[in-house]
Design a protein. Structure first.
Lengths: 462, 462
């Protein structure tokens, strides 16, 4: 096969370029890089760990000539199959590029390589009195490059935004092997097309990100946390609406439904009431007086909406306990059944009650188990389907339910993905949201930058 | 001439479509739309004021077939020649599309048409207790569509960001006449390419924006303003650095240099000391206790850096007086000489002293007059060249000085434009910032979306 021969030569060149230590085409290694945190799986032809931008540019030039797929990959914690090599080819692992190159405390920016662990950034900046706000649940393992590629979110979306809001500039290797710089190190810029934000969230389909300039901000001097428990989900929803209406913008405003509360209680006895329909976790932050006054007004709103329990954390330890329920939510749900599918259908905040009710109806209709938790403040819900992929009959129902969940989110003026990306898992649904002409424009952009379609093919239906 | 004939037919069709009232090819009208707020000028072939998205789609289809340039235009307050029809063609005025279509107070977004005046948005939202933060100096005349097209900034960039940070979704007519929707009404989204941010700041070269979803936020409950005057620009610069270092992020942090202070004092006797080298205007906002504590800490920092006068506004009236100096800065400079060229070279905040010193050296070198004022907090400086374009000899020196100012901004890790865009005036400099390969990527995007190059040709060197 001619195509294979072309690949063999290119792979040989790549192995020579980076050294045998950083290249592999053994089945064991290929298996290790055949999946992410979803249930998708596909074997690559080979894997490479380049150590320099120039090597990546060289590899992209060769791959482009040979029309060989290249799939950039960070830690593989993605939740949409974004880094799964569904068309084979070369998985390019970017974790060797893991240096923090610059921290500019006067101008509030830092330059990092894509392989830096997100939590490292959070910790390094916290020690200096700053905050890098995006905090995806995977941050202790995920890389910042993956966060940028998928526009990862986290708990602080409402007040602080998501990854895209903190990316100021990039160095990118194009699919044709040019090294370009996008954006600036200035707060304001109106110079040329915003290529930075075109690459952010492009899921490795438009370029390989090799340097990232991130904005950071001063850390808030004070935090206040509380939990409120409700007998009826509508009371919780009204509480969220009333908090927002009062002008308070909490740093986090998290929601757990009845199924999730019970899974958490099974997993780790925190003492949550099992008959509760909804739980809200709220944190305010900022200057001390402000955060205290805000949490007091939040507590009042919770009580006005008949929360049957509110609990303010008085110490850092109490704060930890308040947040334990949220932190273990996914793990608690994941142990109920063998397969856990975490979705991130997102709606405008005011539509959350409609969304939760709708998801529950879908669960009943298809007789499957779905827990709901997520970011009430920004409408980013995580319907979590508890199933067993080996049970073909049940899994067929699950797939239908997922389709209906997406339809519902779109009907409620929402979006297919709040923070996980489209990747492979949701590729076939993309047109439902962006329309035929919208998708055609995306395709034109993709073709313009990647004429041979080698970069992460098969994703986002592009 | 065949090309002309093709235009004649298309223009006849367009006139019929929109009605004679909303079309003109008279010389008077063409002259009215031959310029913006720069010194650039070029006559269009005709002007049209469409009243509906569908009409715009029809016009774009016809124009695309005839390869006739179309130049979208709002209020024409642009400062980079962005809406000047440098290749002739049809100026498309979008001011008839001036409705606020929806205000969603629960989900913090509004949907507006591009012809709404920016200040109308500010006022409407303020009355409801919200804030739409971008406040370009032109906001009493400029349209939100123009703001989006140029990614306009304003005084609140440091704390609140610029126009791009508030655009959630768009309806856009492509150069080939399709109507697409980009973005979502949700706080978070990771669905497909970020076409919204590709269109924001694309200066009318990629599509005609026909609907805009803007994010708004709760208005801060309290504001505190103060002025600080310094004998030496370095003291002011150190003050800015120290404020930022202290963790205070002022809502505005404005700077006026010696020449600007004297022009202001000539124009309107506020009582500024004429020997002052720099003046800072600072506003903190947020919850009352927080804003008061912040302004106190700012005042202390000003005194520590030997400000020879600080003045805190105690009433709304005093606040007005404090801000009068900044508000009249441009008008005061503009009356000194017949021609005023307002630049917006922008550098990382910590490089402002280097930038001001460098601009002053350039002014001396070319023996021209340049006042400096701008947004110290976000590094967005407005070197304002006071000249007379009829004096060919002097103007040649001015052009050289402008080139050197841009070179300097880039040398200081800055950008050609903080908030005015590249347009026509700075097109030839764009490659200096984004590089040959970066510009090539922009060109590929442009060609992909606008294969006949009809939308606002001659801009951004694309």
């Amino acid at each position: 096969m001619q195509k294979s021969n072309a690949f063999v030569d290119v792979l040989k060149n790549i192995r020579e370029l980076v050294g045998a230590e950083f290249y592999s085409d053994s089945l064991e290694d290929r298996l290790c890089y055949s999946y992410d945190a979803t249930i998708e799986e596909a074997l690559p032809d080979a894997i490479v760990s380049p150590g320099a931008t120039e090597d990546i540019a060289r590899i992209m030039k060769w791959a482009n000539e040979a029309k060989m797929p290249v799939i950039p990959r960070g830690a593989g914690t993605g939740l949409s199959g974004g880094s799964v090599p569904v068309k084979g080819g070369l998985v390019m692992i970017l974790t060797r590029l893991n240096r923090i190159l610059e921290i500019n405390e006067a101008d509030f920016y830092m330059v990092v390589e894509p392989g830096v662990i997100t939590n490292t950034i959070n910790e390094v900046m916290a020690k200096k009195g700053f905050m890098y706000p995006p905090d995806p649940a995977s941050m202790k393992t995920s890389t910042i490059g993956g966060n940028v590629a998928e526009n990862a979110g986290g708990l602080r979306g409402l007040k602080y935004g998501v990854t895209k809001n903190y990316v100021m500039a990039l160095e990118v290797v194009t699919p044709t092997g040019e090294i370009i710089k996008t954006g600036t190190h200035t707060v304001k810029t109106a110079t040329g097309y915003n290529l930075t934000q075109l690459f952010v969230g492009s899921e490795g389909t438009l370029g390989v990100i090799t340097k990232i300039t991130l904005k950071f901000i001063p850390a808030p001097e004070h935090k206040e946390s509380m939990m409120a428990i409700f007998k009826d989900m509508n009371q919780a929803a009204q509480t969220v609406a009333d908090i927002i209406k009062s002008g308070v913008v909490p740093a986090t405003l998290e929601f757990l439904d009845h199924i999730t509360i019970n899974a958490v209680e099974d997993f780790e006895r925190i003492g949550l009431p099992r008959d509760a329909d909804a739980l809200l976790l709220i944190e305010t932050d900022g200057m001390k007086e402000a955060a205290i006054r805000e949490i007091a007004s939040v507590e009042e709103i919770c009580k006005k909406n008949d929360a049957f329990k509110t609990q303010k954390a008085k110490t850092e330890k109490e704060r930890e306990i308040v947040w334990a329920a949220r932190r273990v939510a996914f793990s608690a749900l994941a142990r109920v059944r063998p397969t856990t599918i975490l979705e991130d259908a997102t709606v405008p905040r005011s539509r959350i009650p409609d969304m939760v009710r709708g998801v529950n109806q879908i669960a009943r209709k298809y007789n499957i188990m779905i827990g709901n938790f997520g970011h009430a403040g920004d409408g980013n819900l995580h319907p979590t389907i508890l199933t067993d992929e080996r049970d073909k009959e049940e899994f067929a129902r699950v797939e239908k339910a997922i389709e209906e969940i997406f339809d519902l989110a779109l009907k409620l003026d929402g979006t297919l993905s709040g923070e996980h990306g489209i990747g492979y898992s949701k590729a076939k649904f993309l047109e439902n949201e962006v329309g035929k002409d919208g998708l055609a424009v995306m395709k034109r952009v993709k073709d313009a930058l990647d004429p041979n379609g080698i970069l992460n093919p098969g994703k986002m239906s592009l």
